[in-house]
Design a binder for this molecule. Sequence first.
Ligand code: ADP
Length: 337
Amino acid sequence: MRVAVINSGSSSIKFKLFEMPTKEVLSSKLLERVKSHHDGLVEIFADVGEVDAIVHRVVHGGEDFHSTTLIDDEVIEKIENLIPLAPLHNPANLEGIKIAKEMFKTTPQFAVFDTAFHNSIKKEGYIYPLSLEMYEKHKIRRYGFHGSSHSYVAKEGAKMLAKDLSELNLITLHLGNGASACAIKNGKSIDTSMGFTPLEGLVMGSRCGDIDPAIVLYMQRELGLSVDEVDMELNKHSGLLGLCGNNDVREIIDADDEKSNLAIDVMVRRIQKYIGSYMVLLEDVDAIIFTGGIGENSAYIRDRVMDNKILKEIKHLVIKTDEELEMAQECYKMVVR
Ligand code: ADP
């Protein structure tokens, strides 16, 4: 069965065609700086040939979607209704879905949601201690992201440990430009560092992660920044980039100057704080899994994180994530079941 995986983002479209269940990659394409999603997808599908199923990445599934879903008009409408929760991502994901539906009218198409893996988080884990109305009326809560990646590396980790995933407690660290940690108990997500949006949690390439929310008010009241300027500051000018002017961890490590070293120290400390809190939530931890560009490639960062009396006792694994393969597997499961 030929499964096409589409990740239609705001400025790029990633495509991979898999033969399933053998997992063979038949072709792949990456279009960057796309101006028209329509032209991009036409270009992608021009020489692809026959496709048996298509699976789309959708960043935000809100409280509507708990698993991989067959896309119909009602599903499209629900994803549209979730745009306020993910104004940058969901519209681009929807573009991809709508164009592919026009081009492949009879081919079954599925949506895989970044948030879905975290649906197992209990209410005390996803509720923010704001007035309850903020959740009940406005749906402000922790959703969590990077679901396909945490799920994929957890399954691969179980294979490496030769155990059933349902018997394992894991801490997965997806450390790329975007970064998140996940506490996995008996194979299910019980907590994750990203929250209402992908801004919360770890120190990222250009995002600050956790900060005192009153800083946002101070920036507006005292520094006179507009809402959009604060948004830019927190999402694009913070994190590693904000601290040392660079978001490429390789170059930051090589630079070895005061600012660069501080950026790494802040990032590593934050990762350790999350691991520590997840160890308490999980009580027993079978392994810590490193993934994402930094987690997979930087032994220096892994060593820095694990250089700790308590953490030295815990096994750690390095696993290359494959969100596209995870999506293809989800799609295959839906079609053959
Ligand atoms: P994205 O979230 O954009 O998909 P990636 O998962 O590709 O990002 O991760 C990008 C990050 O990985 C960059 O900070 C880059 O510096 C880092 N990285 C890649 N290779 C290495 C390496 N060999 N050593 C250290 N960092 C690396």
